[in-house]
Write a protein that binds this ligand. Structure first.
Ligand code: PGA
Length: 252
């Protein structure tokens, strides 16, 4: 089954609102012609309004890097799904390893965020990945299995259509140590197999699995040519318009 590629740019804690506006304008102009893949960018909460204004009517979706699962209330510092929808957000990253590492995110919270996102028609990108020690200890598949099963508890086959999974080996994020295409392909095929065993072959074949971790202009094509790699979740290189464009261009 042909899956549409999906390239996402995670800006992390970078770019002021005015810098975000400039980058979004540049991306809008550059990426207009790439109609064969889906594209989304993820600025900080503070820049979402200005970026979604700039990208209105374009082929680039706007998302956020996290989201609370509650609708409103006494949750200091948090942002709710309906606030995001009102601001033009259509996508959200959940369970990024930096959220897990620095902000106490875990599989249970990831599961709650997925449910809340889907209930508001926001499409989640669910991040999973092993650390360097876990890879060296040969427990990569156990870690991925636990994270995927934990994230998808209670999610129906129908709901799976709104979900993207991103395989992001923690040792490859921001380090310049990209997984080899073969290493990434192995884990992507493992994830697809897991989803097949949880749901149906049809659900597994329709699922898009992005690779993330030091994706750059010069390694994107070899990663994206792997049969089970359906796109990229790009950090550092998404902050430079020409680099992000080169990655989008490399997508199938
Ligand atoms: P990186 O980040 O491309 O800078 O390694 C990827 C990510 O964290 O999503």
């Amino acid at each position: 089954m042909a899956r549409r590629s999906f390239v996402a740019g995670n800006w992390k804690m970078n770019k002021t609102p005015s810098e975000s506006r400039t980058l979004a304008l540049d991306l809008r102009a550059r990426l207009e012609k790439y109609t064969k893949c889906d594209i989304a960018i993820f600025p900080t909460y503070l820049s979402v309004a200005v970026v979604s204004e700039v990208l209105k009517g374009s082929n680039i979706d706007v998302g956020t890097q996290n989201m609370h699962w509650e609708k409103f209330g006494a949750y200091t510092g948090a942002v709710s799904p309906q606030m995001l929808v009102d601001a033009g957000v259509r996508d959200v990253i959940v369970g990024h390893s930096e959220r897990r590492q620095y902000f106490g995110d875990n599989d249970e919270k990831v599961n709650k965020r997925i449910f809340a996102a889907l209930a508001h028609n926001i499409k989640p990108i669910v991040c999973v990945g092993e650390t360097k020690d876990q890879r060296l200890a040969n427990v990569t598949e156990d870690i991925i299995r636990t994270q995927v099963l934990g994230a998808l508890i209670g999610i129906t086959a129908e709901q799976m259509a709104g979900i993207t999974i991103a395989y992001e080996p923690v040792w490859a994020i921001g380090t310049g140590l990209t997984a080899t295409p073969a290493q990434a392909q192995d884990v992507h095929a493992f994830i697809r197999g897991l989803v097949r065993s949880l749901y149906t072959n049809e659900v597994a074949e329709a699922l898009r699995i992005q690779y993330g971790g030091s994706v750059k202009a010069d390694n994107a094509a070899s990663l994206l040519s792997q049969p089970d790699i359906d796109g990229a979740l790009v950090g550092g290189a998404s902050l430079v318009a020409a680099d992000f464009e080169a990655i989008v261009k490399a997508a199938k």
